[in-house]
Write a protein that binds this ligand. Sequence first.
Ligand SMILES: [Zn+2]
Length: 189
Amino acid sequence: MALTFHTDGDLTMAQQYLDVLAQHNAHVTCFIVGKWLDANPTWAAKLTAAGHELANHTYNHLTFGQLPPAQMNDEVVQCRDLLVRLTGQPGKYFRPSGTDDGTSTPPAAVLQASGAAGYATVLGFDVDPLDYTDPGAAAVTQRTLAAVKAGSVVSLHFNHAGTLAALPGILDGLAQKNLTAVTTSELLA
Ligand SMILES: [Zn+2]
């Protein structure tokens, strides 16, 4: 299974996420908010050196589905070009910002913008504990473990104290289910 994280926000907290993941030998996919990485460029190497996969989550994290097509293209390309500049590659996956539906086929305009920028896959998710609504760590853990199965893609977020607090319990629970958190590329290989 794969844990995927909307990645931005406070750096001290981000480091704490990395520490918990390392303690559990878990590798995840970081959907990068471009403007955050642009402001904190050393985090590209920090995340990849820790074994995590970087992916494109737009530059400004606007409500992507409501943007005109040209701005959709700009948002994907600006984050892509930053990833290429900092890591040498664009990453394999795109996920639109501001989307709460992880299972439906994305709108044609989203697929068009993604494909035009070189991303064949718009990565959704089948497990969504709504951690960004800050329901508390126990709820995030319980919702995730209740829904996760082999092959699942879970949507989680950096910069949320409840998610950080939930992470050890999620990783312990995955181990009890004999599930291993791997990068999306490994999962879909
Ligand atoms: Zn996001």
